[in-house]
Design a protein around this ligand. Structure first.
Ligand SMILES: Nc1ncnc2c1ncn2[C@@H]1O[C@H](COP(=O)(O)OP(=O)(O)OP(=O)(O)O)[C@@H](O)[C@H]1O
Length: 661
């Protein structure tokens, strides 16, 4: 097929201009193939390269494109056409598949490190702490990412310029918000996510479906902002679903994918001419993107439709290949003008190992020699300091959730206190006291389990993405998480113990009250740590909740109240050593019973010859609660907390925290 030069609305560009554009190219994708194994077992890419073609799903099939600084490239296509995969592979963020072909950045094969330095990736969903304000969100990321050599003022300036650049100044003090927290609108939140990535002033910005979920006005406004960013010298590559025609006009380059094939790659404004020329003009009053995506998408609904659309796709691919051949053969045709700088001739390419062509030699407007190095230079202590302030602020600002937890602790306390109100000193009161300590040391530890798992699960996405972006490492995150919540847990615990202690009429001695608080706190904290460890090990919420509840039940049964521990079957008797509920139950009883005297009525004395339980020491003995000393109970609880914390850290570090949706 031969394309003759025709008079179209597309202005012809002089050869020099085209040559200059070629010299400016930045991201160059050549003959890119990507396949993933069909088996569910994750394979390493080396193994994947060895498996047979029929055992693989081919997602990208011979994709080539070029985009350079100052341009915005939109990757379009129907659902499942491979847009996100292409973006991931270019950005070197793909997982578990096998790549063939080349992705060159300034003539060099891109590496993970290189991409980390020069690019930023805005994901389809927003992963932001909902309670922080827009400005706080950006400031914390600036603190974590920008070099330590930057002064506080410089970081604030950078945040201010990003706020202005993205049109977020008017909402800078609003909460970011989220599913459960009222705050910014969806579009504003999207821009905050982009702002987070913009802080490092990346040379290449990847955006996966930045307009998804936005109304058309906000979507248009966002793409205008991206177009301005591109014009300021960055390279913007984004995927998008059927954009409105006013959005379409903002793109410089366009790649249309269908079933992993490139159906069109070239200048956006020349797309209509190209398709008209090959016999597929866009009907009047029709959105060209809608029309051409429909045209190129395989219709899987019926066999007949599928065959027809597959045949059309094959024809379109053939025509596109012919157009590329004309470009590569150097013919100065409409095809070449249309495809412009997005399809480069083979002769323009160069060896990936070319030592002579440096970044500076390539003549780009942007140089990569001074990337603003970020978190690598941040010490762990610094990361911890920033993260603990952020976590504390986020907790504190989520006051509605804090209020609910406070009311919950208070309500349970008053409820239990009322049931056990003013315990007396007769024989029956001994059993009541033991029952009170069982419920006191068991109810709240049970309630915090689900709360801890739910919170951990909700933050997992943010943790995973921020780790992926290299903002911090596991250690600082973990310790900031553990320590930032301590003051809140302490406050809830006071609300839980004080009313109950007072209403039940337990010994009014400061030492005993503080001892009671300490051991209740340790029981509750052991529960939180256990839930944290399980949540770090099992990323699925339901599974984690099930395992945590199961374990708690086992600990409750082996706490020494429901069944005497000596009566436990030998095979599970060891459980009592790991049951934190056993240690706290024993300690709470010992603290209260020591120093108490109990009365008997005459009939009891007559029946038993003496008062069966005359004081607290006898009571502890009769309930088998004096086996270990208070010190031993403290050491055991401390050890269990440390063990769960250690497990939480190890699971967080070594188990893949990728959220399973
Ligand atoms: N790791 C993987 N394993 C198996 N199949 C995969 C994997 N990654 C992507 N795919 C498949 O490859 C195809 C392309 O996926 P991709 O997410 O890139 O499409 P998309 O064009 O971005 O779709 P959408 O617009 O719906 O998000 C889909 O059929 C998807 O199911």
């Amino acid at each position: 097929m031969r394309y003759e030069r025709q008079d179209t609305e597309t202005p012809l560009e002089p050869v020099e201009q085209i040559a200059e554009e070629k010299s400016k190219k930045k991201v160059h994708v050549r003959h890119l193939f990507y396949k993933v194994p069909l088996s569910q077992q994750p394979l390493r890419s080396i193994e994947c390269s060895n498996i047979r073609d029929e055992e693989c799903k081919h997602i990208l099939k011979d994709v080539s494109l070029t985009v350079k600084s100052g341009q915005m490239l939109a990757i379009l296509g129907g659902s499942g056409s491979g847009k996100t995969t292409l973006l991931d592979v270019i950005a070197n963020r793909h997982e578990g598949g096998f790549v063939e072909g080349e992705v060159l950045i300034n003539n060099k094969m891109r590496t993970k490190e290189m991409m980390k330095e020069i690019s930023a990736y805005v994901r389809q969903d927003d992963y932001l702490l909902p309670n922080l304000s827009v400005r706080e969100t950006l400031l914390f990321v600036a603190e974590l990412k920008l070099p330590s050599s930057y002064s506080k003022e410089k970081k604030i300036d950078r945040v201010n310029s990003v706020l202005s650049e993205l049109g977020l100044r008017h909402v800078c003090n609003s909460k970011v918000g989220g599913e459960e927290v009222r705050g910014c609108s969806g579009g504003e939140r999207r821009r905050v996510s982009i702002g987070v990535q913009m802080l490092m002033d990346p040379h290449i910005l990847f955006l996966d479906e930045p307009t998804s979920g936005l109304d058309s006005f906000t979507a248009h406004h966002l793409i205008v902002t991206m177009s301005e960013l591109a014009k300021s010298g960055r390279t913007v590559i984004l995927t998008i679903h059927q954009p409105r025609s006013d959005i379409f006009e903002l793109f410089d380059l366009m790649t249309i994918l269908s079933d992993g094939h490139v159906v069109y790659a070239g200048q956006a404004r020349a797309m209509l001419d190209y398709f008209t020329l090959i016999g597929y003009p866009c009907p009047p009053l029709t959105n060209p993107c809608d029309f051409y995506i429909d045209l190129t998408t395989i219709d899987h609904r019926h066999k007949e439709n599928e065959a027809v659309s597959k045949e059309r796709l094959n024809k379109l691919l053939k025509l596109f290949q012919e157009a590329i051949s004309e470009v590569t053969s150097g013919m100065y045709t409409t095809a070449k003008i249309s495809l412009g700088s997005s399809v480069e001739s083979e002769s323009d390419s160069f060896s990936r190992n070319s030592p002579s062509l440096t970044d500076a030699d390539s003549g780009l407007g942007i140089t990569f020699d001074q990337p603003p190095k970020g978190s690598d230079s941040k010490s762990l202590i610094n990361q911890f300091r920033i993260l603990i302030v952020r976590a504390f602020k986020n907790e504190l600002k989520g006051y509605s959730s804090l209020l609910i937890q406070a009311i919950e602790a208070l309500f349970m306390s008053v409820m239990i206190g009322c049931i056990f109100i003013n315990l007396g000193f007769d024989q029956i009161s001994v059993r009541d006291r033991v029952g009170l300590f069982f419920i006191m040391g068991g109810l709240y530890p049970f309630i915090v389990i689900l709360d801890t798992i739910a919170k951990f699960n909700a933050e997992r996405e943010i943790f995973y993405r921020e780790m992926e972006d290299g903002l911090y490492t596991t250690g600082p995150y973990f310790f900031s998480k553990v320590l930032s919540t301590l003051p809140f847990h302490t406050a809830f615990l006071v609300l839980y113990t004080v009313p109950m202690y007072w209403l039940a009429g337990l010994q009014p001695k400061l030492g005993k009250f503080l001892g009671n608080c300490l051991y209740t706190y340790m029981a509750v904290y052991s529960s939180r740590c256990m839930a944290m460890a399980i949540s770090a090990a099992l990323t699925n919420f339901q599974v984690a909740a099930f395992v945590a509840n199961l374990l708690f039940t086992v600990f409750l049964l082996s706490s020494g109240f429901i069944i005497n521990l000596e009566s436990l079957w030998l095979g599970v008797r060891w459980l009592k050593w790991t049951s934190y509920l056993k240690w706290s139950f024993q300690a709470l009883n010992q603290i209260e019973f020591h120093g108490l005297e109990f009365s008997c009525n005459d009939s009891m004395v007559q029946m038993y010859g003496e008062c069966p339980i005359s004081n607290g020491t006898v009571a502890l003995k009769s309930y088998d609660l004096d086996k270990e000393s208070l010190g031993e109970c403290f050491s055991a609880l401390f050890g269990i907390i440390c063990l769960f914390l250690l497990l939480s850290f190890l699971f967080l570090k070594f188990v893949n925290q990728k959220p399973k949706k």
